[in-house]
Ligand binder design. Sequence first.
Ligand code: NOJ
Length: 627
Amino acid sequence: MITRETKVGELLNNPIARDVLAQLVQYAGVNEKIVLNPIVKSLKISALPKFAGKALPDADYVIDTMIDLFNQEANTKQPSKSNAHYWWKEAVVYQIYPRSFQDGNGDGIGDLKGIIRRLDYLKELGVDALWLSPIFDSPNDDNGYDVRDYRAIMTEFGTMADAEELIREMHARGMRLILDLVVNHTSDEHEWFVDSAKNPQGEHGDYYIWRKPKDGGHPNNWHSFFSGPAWEKVDTRDEEYLHLFSKKQPDLNWENPKVRDEVCDIIDFWREKGVDGFRLDVINYISKTSLEDGSATLGGLLQFNGIEHYFYGKRLHEFLHELRQRSFGDAFTVGETPGTGPEMNKLLTADEREELNTVFSFDHLENLGKNRFDDYRYNLNHLKKSFSRLEGEFADYAWPSIFVENHDNPRMVSKINSNEEYRDILAKLIAVVLLTARGTVFLYQGQELGAVNVNFHDMSELRDIESINKYNDLIACGKTPEQAWQTVLGGTRDHSRTPMQWTDETYAGFSEHEPWICVGDKDACNVAAQRNEETSVLHAYMTLIQLRKEHPTLVYGTFEPFESAKEDVFCYYRDDGKERFYIEINLCERAVKQPNTKGKMELVYSNYMAQGDGLQPYEANIYRVLR
Ligand code: NOJ
């Protein structure tokens, strides 16, 4: 048990504390060695308020909340290793943002018929499974992440018959379908919410989180991730409802067993239709430990008040286990879990605990102390550090999800270096890192072409609610329109949501009709052109996916870092006793000395046409070690 008498150094014996400290260090952008400083380590927790002084004005509150959090797993048995083989460990998964992938009916919005039309392309690319961002009926406040009816297809995307055809066509090609299940919240237009707002004592009265306003203000000081407070009034009830995202995305009350029954029924419904797996949207937020105010200090650091009360809630494991037992069964599950660390992930995904199969962690997506809206150049040494951790011994307990792009993030190539000269080289470097990694690989549409950020001109071109709210917020805080625009432009999720670029035609072969959002640089980057070009990024992806399939060593083999202390190079071996591969990557824009390896090797892939003495800028090579 951790108490106020525990020393800071001893905290590191507690897995949850290790994760939380690492997270805070990441957000604060300070060196993690601070926690290992002998003076800090020997302090009792109770001494921290004095030590931290003004930096932690609500220190006592933070300490009590953290002690509770750390003790949550005090008696939990650490899971054992598992080397079991599953299809989902071997799969290369491709994420589709259905609105932007392929329009099949000429209305400028992507749809299921469009996806069916492109299945042969995806098969040729070599992907094994598709994860579709939500396809359910929705008023689209957050493009489908606000579900109105979990058993109906969004009108713009097609019909249930289209969904059934998609499942059939995918299975006929040996591909699997993963749906995006958004059950932390629904749309405010969902019939449960409509009824809940009208009838507090009715069947759905307690399906959401309602509280009375406090002292004339909101029930607590939590922030919504989409700007403003996380609470909203309705005319029909004297309470406010919690919404961690937009006002139109009220949070479900998972404490209510009827809500969990409903979620199980939804999963059963889709499993019966043949769906093979689920991506679970912000699933680590479903259990709210308390509804007390969030710490102002933590809120300042994390940019949102309240997170400590729900990012790893008390009943999270219990709820996930229940879903697995009752409904998921052997369907694949990947949880989106912002803010959890590797120790929590072990507990969430260890085979024997029967909760989730794997999770998406996000720490690798931004450098220390940075967030998506900061204007900076991403340093790839951070990716090396994060992946080395995930793919090393942690993977024995918690199989990682390996990705660098999705519908919530700008394009990775642009983050690293926007110099056009390195675009293809970098895109292929990323392909090498992902497809030689120990974990399930997730690619995002367009990544296989080396897509980059879009040259948006002004706010009128953006569609995302997060960007629009953020812009308004910045203006309200006194920023000039130009300053607000520059901030939003850097981090907007719309960079990855423009139409898939199939050809150089007016609407990029995505549609005949003007699309719902503008088209990116289709002339420089499209499937048709890259298909005919052997040295294209698309061919690199095809080659590397094939290589991974032919060599299970790249999936299951051990990950052995080489010369890991050397900055700017990322070198490692993958070995399963049968085969051994050596991967060497130059992480920077200048040429570097090649680390010395011993033994004979044969080059199997390079992102450069010819090798030189050292490693050229961003050079990435894969060798087979000859025994
Ligand atoms: C995470 C999803 O990836 C994001 O797109 C969405 O806006 C939020 N969850 C809310 O559902």
